[in-house]
Design a protein. Sequence first.
Length: 194
Amino acid sequence: MKPIIIDDLLNILEYEKVRDAYRKDLLAYKENRRISIGPYITLTFENRRTMKFQIQEMMRAERMVHDEQIQEEIDIYNSLLPQKESLSATLFIEVSEEAKIKPVLNQFIGLTMGQSLFLNVGEKRVIAQFEAGREEEDRISSVHYIQFPFDTDSMEYFLRSGDSISLGINYNEYNYQKTLPPAMVKSLQDDLAT
């Protein structure tokens, strides 16, 4: 996927003028890119469009106007874009009750080490690769950046079919699987085709 460059972004003054419409459009777009699996895990599939929005929001929140600052943000978010023949996602461990945050997070310690999160693509399984540094021996972050790297067969199947594609998690007692809706599959096929 083509990296984001500084010329792709609006300065904070121009962004402020269009932000409401821009956000509304992006949130509608992300509806077909967000999926919950079980009570605590949600994934949002990322691409150039979603990352550009994140950078614009960071520029706005941090009042970034200097090219060096903006480039640092671009570099961070470009590293989260899908790599060649892969899909990228942000995984959220979501807990709304404050008293449950630590116990729920603790049950996911070790999630990033194995093959417990995957896409079932026909007969193939595409295992999630987690970004390093978001888990320690005794604690885990609530936000993770992951890639789903496809081999040639699974990519061809995903692009050609769209049937029988599901997201699964099998970690300790947390075992769920959900079929990706057709609109989500189409949006992700667009990512893989670029």
